[in-house]
Design a protein around this ligand. Structure first.
Ligand code: PGA
Length: 244
């Protein structure tokens, strides 16, 4: 378990210029953010230059929600890693289940993205997690190991894995603390044995709010959270970031 916790806001396709600026400015003004928390905000692409200026010289770090797996080229509608780097993105979420579902991204495409992001010295936040039917049929261990196997290269230090059960995202359903720890343990053993990875960050994501965050962070082995809906509300982020 790492001492530093990563608190990652995934704004998804929400917030316009004004609301985003208001939220970031309020977060920047927070005085008592927990000293071990790294606060990372991932806005939609078009907001990134604006938010990048706002967080400049603050403790807030910028991330993106995706990038293309090629450096540049004829990929209409996509965004390149070079541009994200130019705009000071330090983290990139890769393989979110909404990308897998709506953009048909599979594990091998996600692996190409992970390789590219790492090659640019940006930190990928690699999402894994099972569907409800995969949990119910008890295939989730196999599914998650397979995702880790394809998406994660060997011999890395401090890779960020976000465990997001798909059935938990935006539903209000959260796995038990025991279930979260089970996935942490299997990730740890799998990464050690198959990937020679001994240090990693393990985030939990899926219906995280200020109440369950406190419970999860204090009673499981997680190194932080990937937060969707609650990350759009200052009142929630205030409680999460100050651990109150
Ligand atoms: P949620 O989303 O917190 O709204 O469930 C989490 C995510 O999809 O990253």
């Amino acid at each position: 378990m790492q001492q530093v916790k990563l608190i990652v806001s995934n704004w998804k396709m929400n917030l316009g210029n004004k609301k985003a600026a208001r939220l970031v400015n309020n977060i920047k003004k927070l005085k008592n953010i927990h000293p071990n928390y790294k606060n990372i905000i991932c806005p939609q692409f078009l907001l990134i230059p604006h938010i990048s200026n706002l967080v400049n010289k603050s403790s807030v770090l910028l991330g993106a929600q995706d990038c293309h797996y090629q450096k540049e080229g004829a990929y209409t509608g996509d965004t390149s890693i070079e541009l994200l780097k130019e705009n000071k993105c330090k983290y990139i979420i890769v393989g979110h289940s909404e990308r897998r579902q709506y953009h048909k991204e599979n594990d091998s495409i996600i692996r190409k993205k992970v390789d590219l992001v790492l090659s640019k010295k940006i930190k990928p936040i690699v999402c894994v997690g099972e569907l409800l039917k995969e949990r119910q049929s008890k295939r989730y261990v196999k599914i998650i190991k397979n995702q880790l196997d394809i998406c994660i290269p060997k011999n890395l230090n401090n890779i960020v894995i976000a465990y997001e059960p798909v059935w938990s995202i935006g539903t209000g359903l959260v796995p038990s603390l025991k279930e979260i720890n089970e996935i942490y343990q299997l990730t740890k053993i799998f990464l050690q044995k198959s990937k020679k990875i001994h240090n990693f960050y393990f985030l939990y994501g899926g219906s995280v709010n200020s109440k369950n965050f406190k419970e999860i962070i204090e009673n499981t082995s997680v190194d932080g959270a990937l937060i969707g809906g609650a990350s759009l509300k200052f009142s929630e982020m205030k409680k999460i970031l100050t651990n109150s």
